[in-house]
Structures are given as structure tokens and as C-alpha cells.
Design a protein around this ligand. Structure first.
Ligand SMILES: C[S@@+](CC[C@H](N)C(=O)[O-])C[C@H]1O[C@@H](n2cnc3c(N)ncnc32)[C@H](O)[C@@H]1O
Length: 348
């Protein structure tokens, strides 16, 4: 999309521009993850997180009767940290490791470079779409992937609906505006009951991904594990966040200088996945999920021979991942599988 020819653009187009413009986009020109970046993700807080995901994947593979070939697809690879640790844990399970095709689906060429550097000579394959996933079971892992996809917002005021746009006439003073909107268009597109809402956040890109992923899981078995900021509320609210250097900003700033994200409404995601005939096998908080997978016991083992300062650091990081009011409850975990599958480790 060219910047100058569009004075007003819908919020999702603006987010797409801000995050993924080939030159200016937030994700296209730097590594935003880490202390020196703008935000931090669970795999970059502690290795224990990725170890738990690895164990969970191995258990899912066993539940699928140890297929000879299985695809493990990370959606949005960030700086490659999670897959690096998953690969390393997989080596402890040689039969599983032999069966695995590991993939990263990543949009940012800048981040692909970082991922390739970090993952070295591993057997990871980078994919732009899902065509290369052949007819074998596929497990998709989406840690903070869907919250990086653009959303639309619709607001109801005095019984009339409006869509949020961004006014680009002055690129140094970007501002939100509203344009009236025929909500019937969204209703006919979604085919999901959204009648009791006064505010709607909806991502067409998320819906497209969920459709593609559901088709693959229905055909070949496997599942989709989503770990993300979000809520299970039936009422939607404005959850848009503009983040720079680990702080939430009030204004839009300049194109590409901040992360623009939101809280997933897992209630809507559940409805979309159900429409695509998947089963929601489990939904819980990140803290519960990790504890059920044994993260506390793993920490105890790892900490045994550590000096005091290292032990303190390990537990400080662990708490960030599992504590209430931190990522432990702010992040939710949802698993979708086909209806014949009964796997629900981490959710029971
Ligand atoms: C918030 S980061 C999370 C990274 C990683 N999963 C982690 O936990 O550290 C979002 C990632 O998704 C990627 N991404 C966003 N939209 C994408 C798309 N449509 N296709 C592929 N990758 C995408 C971003 O470039 C980035 O690597």
C-alpha cells in the first residue's frame, strides 16, 4: 500500500502498514523482542517455557500413535528462540525427532535472517504458506502470533455502527476517525452471532488463518495451540495497545515506530474454529497450562546445582511466566483439534 494516496484507511490496513510495510514496518526493520527492544515474549524470558512446549508436542505425537512423519509448524518465529529450544529438547526423544519436519512460517525477511542465524544448520524449513505441508499430521504452535495480525474495530453509538479509520493527512499527527458502517456486511461475512455487542474487534487475517489451519487439521489430524494475550469474555471491548520500549503509548506516533497489538477474544476465536468444525480441546491460563505440564518440578531439577544468584534469576523468570497478574493469567492457552482427537494435556 502506498502511503500518500490514502488519506483515510481502515484500522486493519493501518496496522498492516505500520507493522509490515516492506521498509518502514515495525517487524520489517529490527528485532523488537528483548530487553533492548519493545517487548519480551515467554520463550525469551525462560528456556523452561519452550521445554514445556516441547514436552507437550512429544506427548501429542504419542497421542497420535507416534506417526512416522509429523509437521511441527511455528507461526511467527520471532528471534527463533522457541524453536531453537524445541529442537534441542527433541534430541532427547530420538524416535520423535526422526519423525519431525520442523517449519517456521514468518513474514518478516529481517526476522527470517535472525532465525536462520540462530538455528544454524538445523533441519528447519521456512515457509511462506502452507502448501508444503504434505499429508501428515500437523501441530501448529502460535505463541503471540495472532496478536500480531491486523484487526478492525467497529463501534456502536446511538444504534448506529461506525468503523475505526486512521487519518493519514499529517503523518506526524496520525489520528483515529470513525466512518459509518453497515454492520450487516460483517454479519454476513462472519456468519456468527454478534448481536449482543456494542463494540467489535475482528481480524479478517486471523479468520483466514483459522480457516486454512482448520482444513489441514481436519484432513491430516494434529492441532493448533494458541498462546496469547486475551480473554474469554462474551462482551468485546477496545483492547488496542500501542507499545514502544516496553511501555504503552497513548498516541499513534509515527508509522512503524511502535508495536500495535490487542487482546485476543478467545470467545470469538472459539466460535470461528467451531464454525470450521474443529473441537476446542482445552482452554486455560498460561500459568495453569505450564504448571500442569510440570514447569515447577522442572525448575527444581534445573536449580539443584545452581549457585544462589542463578537460582534467584531462574525463579524470578519462572514467576513472570506463571504468576497471577503477570503472564500467568494475562496470557491464555487454547487447543483446537479435530473432533475425533482426545488429547488435552495441560488442560485437564
Ligand atoms: C509477537 S512476535 C512473536 C514471536 C515468537 N512467536 C515468540 O514468541 O517470541 C510475532 C511474530 O509473528 C510474525 N508475523 C506476524 N504476522 C505474520 C504473518 N502474517 N505471517 C507470518 N509471520 C507473521 C512476526 O514477524 C513475528 O515474528
Amino acid at each position: 500500500m502506498k502511503l500518500k494516496n490514502n488519506k483515510h484507511i481502515p484500522l486493519d490496513k493501518f496496522i498492516d502498514l505500520s507493522l509490515y510495510h516492506p521498509q518502514k514496518g515495525f517487524y520489517m526493520k529490527k528485532n523488537p523482542i528483548g530487553k533492548k527492544g519493545d517487548f519480551i515474549t515467554s520463550p525469551n524470558i525462560s528456556i523452561l517455557f519452550s521445554e514445556m512446549i516441547a514436552i507437550w508436542i512429544v506427548a501429542f505425537w504419542e497421542n497420535l500413535n507416534c506417526p512416522k512423519k509429523i509437521n511441527i509448524v511455528e507461526l511467527g518465529g520471532g528471534n527463533g528462540e522457541m524453536l531453537k529450544q524445541i529442537l534441542s529438547s527433541s534430541e532427547k526423544f530420538p524416535d520423535f525427532n526422526k519423525s519431525c519436519n520442523f517449519f517456521i512460517h514468518e513474514k518478516s525477511p529481517f526476522l527470517v535472517k535472525i532465525q536462520k542465524f540462530r538455528l544454524g544448520k538445523s533441519k528447519v524449513i521456512w515457509i511462506k504458506n502452507f502448501k508444503r505441508l504434505n499429508n501428515c499430521p500437523t501441530i501448529f504452535i502460535a505463541n503471540e502470533f495472532f496478536d500480531a495480525l491486523p484487526i478492525k474495530q467497529f463501534i456502536k453509538k446511538k444504534n448506529k455502527w461506525y468503523e475505526k479509520y486512521v487519518d493519514l493527512s499529517d503523518l506526524n499527527k496520525l489520528k483515529f476517525i470513525k466512518k459509518s458502517y453497515k454492520i450487516e456486511n460483517l454479519k454476513s461475512k462472519l456468519k456468527i452471532n454478534i448481536n449482543n455487542q456494542n463494540f467489535i474487534e475482528y481480524s479478517p487475517s486471523v479468520a483466514i488463518y483459522l480457516k486454512k489451519i482448520s482444513k489441514i487439521i481436519l484432513k491430516n489430524r494434529g492441532g493448533l495451540l494458541i498462546i496469547d494475550y486475551g480473554n474469554f469474555n462474551s462482551k468485546m471491548y477496545d483492547s488496542l495497545k500501542i507499545i514502544q520500549k516496553h511501555k504503552i503509548k497513548k498516541n499513534l506516533g509515527k508509522i512503524g515506530d511502535s508495536d500495535i497489538t490487542y487482546d485476543l477474544n478467545f470467545n470469538l476465536i472459539r466460535k470461528i474454529l467451531t464454525k470450521f468444525k474443529l473441537r476446542i480441546a482445552g482452554s486455560t491460563t498460561q500459568g495453569n497450562f505450564l504448571k500442569k505440564l510440570g514447569i515447577l518440578q522442572r525448575a527444581e531439577i534445573v536449580a539443584k546445582n545452581m549457585i544462589f544468584s542463578k537460582k534467584t534469576d531462574l525463579y524470578f523468570r519462572l514467576k513472570k511466566l506463571i504468576n497471577k497478574d503477570e503472564m500467568g493469567t494475562i496470557f491464555k492457552v487454547v487447543l483446537a483439534t479435530n473432533k475425533k482427537n482426545n488429547f488435552n494435556l495441560g488442560f485437564k
